[in-house]
Design a protein around this ligand. Structure first.
Ligand code: NAD
Length: 506
């Protein structure tokens, strides 16, 4: 591992409103465009995480009783601060994740929209009221805060995914401990400091950097009432099982292998443009990326492969800081090697490598960056590793089938069910597809159907463990518990004797 010793600093935690660093264990953070490391991140031990939980626990009673409108105003101020600091946040994302700056701005904007939604909290928390459910009896349901809640987030959207979680948790009256990805921790920490500036009281939002030790502490500590997780499927499944076994409410969003279906009647040029961004944007490191295209019929299959080949030749690969580039590097050396090995395995298993991105040339000074050019496989078949497994890199595979039903059967048989999309001009086919397909988020001529902040995000099958989706209306339900109160004030003249039968409205 290369360290540039001249600028080393340790990225710490935010606990009780202060930056602290327990640097007993640290891990280098790399700039994927150069392969150099200029900082390291502290990896919290159990005691540090317990300190963060204690701080969140102590801050809970006052925050719970803060009027929702005041909590919401904090989010309105935060929205302004995020917009003012957008360039700085995007630069932090690009420096550690590698994605191009325009894409970093895009992820931040989607995060800001979640903050904006959180600022509607008083409306979202109004509850339900029924008058006269019985004689002079009123009943209502209210949505009460849970207490200390926690989030564990992946590397690929270091700003956006945390913003799916804690703004909604906070406006619902909870306090929060966030454990972001140790691979790109700086933008998260900076945003948390902006939250303090916006008026989040110390202890209400804490950030602990770390790895499995920190996560295990959050999952087993009885003071943590709910855990939101986003990351790979094996970890999501184990987080769900462990968190539930410790009596917590858990939503754990996992990996994906999203298929797009290209119908014979589709506008192929539009589909090619859409697929370029969906397959290669952010180097394929998106859980809603399209790594598989199912072409229905050989004519449209041949046309799309030819179109993609032409467009890939025009793509610019290089450091994300250069606005002229379309695609940056992969996040770490290990991930780069893993994705390359998938390309090797696709060749070995007999898929046709139409475009080979291995050995891509990038600007001088970036030879040690983790760059892989766009790869395109044709003749991919179920059973191949590149078909079955999530690659999370710039690798698009084309599968050929004869009918829409065959395409749908393939999608439904896959272990993941996060997103999918159909390109067609046939409304009936699109309606049938979106009605029946076993996938949580469906696009019709929309390649990345990521729900907006006022809907909720979640997949089917092994892409989500839990009952409620992330952000939007589901987040209000996830971060609150329903309490139903039934009330009567007997007036002086009305006195009932004991009643032994079950009350009803007959
Ligand atoms: P990851 O599963 O490796 O890590 C996610 C988080 O879990 C990180 O904070 C990490 O520190 C922690 N973690 C890792 N190993 C752990 C362990 N053994 N025990 C406890 N905690 C552990 O995922 P990643 O590589 O950071 O992110 C990419 C994955 O996330 C992809 O699979 C992608 O599809 C998925 N993802 C899913 C969604 C979604 O909404 N479904 C969104 C973004 C990313």
């Amino acid at each position: 591992m290369k360290h540039d010793q001249s600028v080393t600093h340790t990225i710490g935690h935010l606990i009780d409103g202060r930056i602290v660093a327990d640097a007993a264990r640290t891990q280098p953070v790399f700039n994927p465009a150069t392969g150099l490391s200029s900082s390291s991140v502290a990896l919290a031990d159990r005691a540090t995480v317990e300190q963060a939980i204690a701080s969140a626990q102590a801050a809970f009673p006052a925050w719970r009783n803060t009027p929702p409108l005041k909590r919401a105003r904090v989010m309105s101020r935060l929205k302004g601060l995020l917009e003012e600091n957008a360039d700085k946040i995007a630069a932090l994302i690009t420096a550690e994740h590698g994605k191009v700056l325009s894409d970093a701005h895009g992820e931040l904007q989607r995060g800001i929209e979640n903050v904006e939604y959180a600022s509607y909290a008083p409306e979202l928390l109004k509850g339900e009221h029924s008058r006269n459910v019985g004689p002079s009896i009123d009943s209502w349901s209210e949505f009460q805060a849970l207490g200390v809640t926690a989030g564990i987030t992946p590397f690929n959207f270091p700003a956006m995914v945390p913003l799916w979680m804690w703004p909604m948790a906070l406006v619902c009256g909870n306090t929060f401990v966030l454990k972001p990805s140790e691979r790109d921790p700086s933008s998260v920490l900076f945003i948390a400091q902006l939250a303090l500036q916006a008026g989040v009281p110390p202890g209400v939002l804490n950030v602990v950097n770390g790895d499995k030790e920190a996560v295990d502490t959050l999952l087993t500590d009885a003071r943590v009432k709910a855990v939101s997780f986003v990351g790979s499927t094996p970890i999501a499944q184990s987080i769900y099982a462990t968190g539930c076994a410790h009596g917590k409410r858990v939503q754990a969003l996992g990996g994906a292998k999203n298929h797009a279906v290209l119908m014979p009647d589709a506008d192929v040029n539009n589909a090619v443009s859409a697929l370029m961004g969906a397959a290669y944007g952010s180097c394929g490191e998106r859980c809603m990326a399209i790594p598989l295209l199912v072409a229905v019929g050989d004519a449209v299959g041949d046309a799309v492969v030819a179109g993609l080949k032409t467009e890939i030749a025009k793509m610019k690969v290089g450091p994300g800081t250069d606005n002229g580039n379309d695609m940056g590097p992969l996040v770490t050396k290990q991930h780069f090697e893993k994705v390359r090995a998938y390309v090797d395995s696709g060749v070995a298993e007999g898929a046709e490598l139409v475009v080979d991105g291995r050995g891509v040339q990038v600007a001088p000074g970036h030879e040690n960056g983790y760059f892989l050019g766009a790869c395109l496989f044709d003749q991919v078949r179920p059973g191949m590793k590149i078909y079955q497994e999530e690659i999370f890199g710039p690798v698009l595979g084309v599968v050929r089938v004869k009918t829409l039903q065959e395409a749908m059967d393939l999608i439904d048989a896959h272990e993941y069910g996060n997103g999918t999309c159909i390109f067609t001009r046939d409304g009936e086919a699109a309606r049938y597809f979106s009605d029946h397909i076993q996938v949580g988020m469906v696009g019709v001529n929309v390649p990345l159907p990521v729900p907006v902040a006022y809907h909720s995000f979640g997949g089917f099958k092994r892409s989500l463990f839990g009952d409620l989706n992330a952000y939007g209306p589901d987040a209000v339900r996830f971060y609150t518990k329903r309490k139903t109160i039934t009330q009567r004030w007997p007036s002086a003249g009305v006195r009932e004797g004991a009643v032994f039968s079950f009350p009803s409205n007959r």
